[in-house]
Ligand binder design. Structure first.
Ligand SMILES: [Zn+2]
Length: 432
């Protein structure tokens, strides 16, 4: 804090002291205030304490609330962000910075307008469920989502839990295709399509986590439950009080012991009502990712890195010049893949086909390409696939390079045949 900043705080203190004490020495106040700040006492707290010490009354209360921002109003690269919010989750993480181990914290904060994920680069003394006032945080955009950061200048103060009572977090009724980061607490009715459990280590304790896929008639999404609600595959549940977290653009419903999970009668959502949704590429890019969706478009480019490649035998990353970015020079294993771009007229997206799908769409075996040069292989792949119309399904992920669809299935659609068969059907109908 600069001396100029301090002066305005000292003016505040002076205003709060009654007149007979007004001759309190400016230098003395400055010294007192600096001492508090050096000990890490938050500025508002320090001011209140000094005023009390000199017999005054605080008249600048809630000053820090006047410029409070609602989470839903945050934009990327906001500076000096002040929030009043509840800690929805907080987790430590050990990372390596310039060869040194460092503990950072990440989690989710919420207020009555929505939620945001945060990262704290220094130790912070807050716990789940705390209501806190934050000043001087800043935002960044990370993989398409706004994220809050606590740097060296941040000030975090625990405050009265009633400042943000539970009623402020009234869950919003949503459908699966409306799930996205930042919408706050949700109330959603879904069919459990898949559930798996695994044990993870959280703060040195083993915890069972349940995750899988939920769906309704608008689409499918992933979920994670940190509590055993005895959820079963094939049944419909109303989940209230969950939050959305995103990973590489894919929104995920997260809930825990603070949420309510109610089993509904079996036929609330029929399994066949849930289809793999077909999206326009433009919408998919806007969404920054989604699981289990379909696109239809034209293959406009076969990219470098297609054909026979060598993968690291330890981590499966594609090797470059026989080197893995993690494991260095290493024996590899060969594989076949296709990296391409699909364009549907509304936008273009990267797609990746694994060996099985590459063999399927090329109608050739991996061994056929192993026999020929890489150049001949790429030429052959381009000749077969360039300008073909395809229907691709899979999961779309986002990173700084854009959105990529990891294909689960692909088919070439022959438009002529499709149109012809439609014509025949029409003719038949007219005959009837
Ligand atoms: Zn490796």
């Amino acid at each position: 804090m600069t001396l100029k900043d301090l002066t305005s705080h000292i003016e505040d203190i002076k205003k709060s002291l009654n007149s007979e004490l007004e001759q309190v020495d400016q230098k003395e106040l400055e010294k007192e205030l600096k001492k508090f700040l050096e000990y890490g006492v938050p500025i508002e707290q320090a001011k209140k304490t000094i005023i009390k010490k000199f017999g005054g009354e605080t008249i600048f209360n809630n000053q820090s609330n006047t410029d409070r921002t609602l989470i839903s109003k945050l934009q990327p690269n906001d500076q000096n962000v002040n929030l009043l919010c509840r800690v929805i989750s907080i987790n430590p993480k050990d990372i390596l910075v310039k060869g040194e181990n460092r503990k950072i914290f990440f989690g989710i904060l919420g207020d009555e307008s929505g939620t945001i994920s945060f990262t704290a680069w220094n130790n912070i003394d807050i716990e789940k469920e705390d209501v806190i006032e934050i000043s001087n945080a800043y935002t960044r955009e990370w993989q398409g989502n706004i994220q809050l950061n606590f740097g060296d200048r941040v000030n975090i103060e625990k405050t009265d839990k009633n400042k943000l009572p539970p009623e402020a977090f009234k869950p919003k009724k949503v459908k699966v295709n409306e799930l996205k980061s930042g919408i706050g607490s949700v109330d959603i009715t879904v069919l459990i399509l898949e559930i798996n459990e695994r044990v993870v280590n959280v703060n040195g304790e083993n915890k069972t986590v349940f995750s899988g896929i939920i769906g309704d008639e608008t689409g499918k999404a992933q979920f994670t439950s940190w509590f055993d609600f005895k959820i079963k595959e094939g049944l419909t549940y109303q989940i209230t009080g969950g939050y959305i977290k995103s990973w590489r653009g894919i929104p995920q419903l997260t809930f825990d012991e603070n949420s309510t999970v109610k089993k509904l009668s079996k036929n609330t959502i029929a399994e066949d009502a849930i289809i793999t949704k077909k999206l326009q590429i433009h919408d998919l890019i806007n969404k920054k990712g989604a699981i289990d969706i379909k696109i239809e478009g034209t293959l406009i480019e076969i990219k470098a890195g297609s054909g026979i490649i060598t993968r690291c035998s330890k981590c499966n990353r594609a090797l470059r010049d026989n080197e893995c970015t993690i494991h260095g020079k290493i024996e590899g294993k060969t594989d076949l893949r296709i990296k391409s771009i699909v364009d549907d007229g509304t936008g273009a997206i990267n797609i990746i086909l694994n060996k099985d799908l590459s063999e399927k769409i090329l109608d050739k075996k991996f061994q056929d390409y192993e026999k020929i040069s890489q150049e001949d292989a790429i030429n052959d792949i381009s000749k077969k696939l360039f300008a073909q119309r395809v229907l691709v399904s899979g999961n779309a992920l986002s990173d700084d390079y854009g959105t990529t669809l990891i294909a689960k299935d692909i088919d070439i659609i022959n438009i002529d045949i499709k149109q012809k068969s439609e014509k025949i059907l029409q003719d038949l109908e007219e005959l009837q």
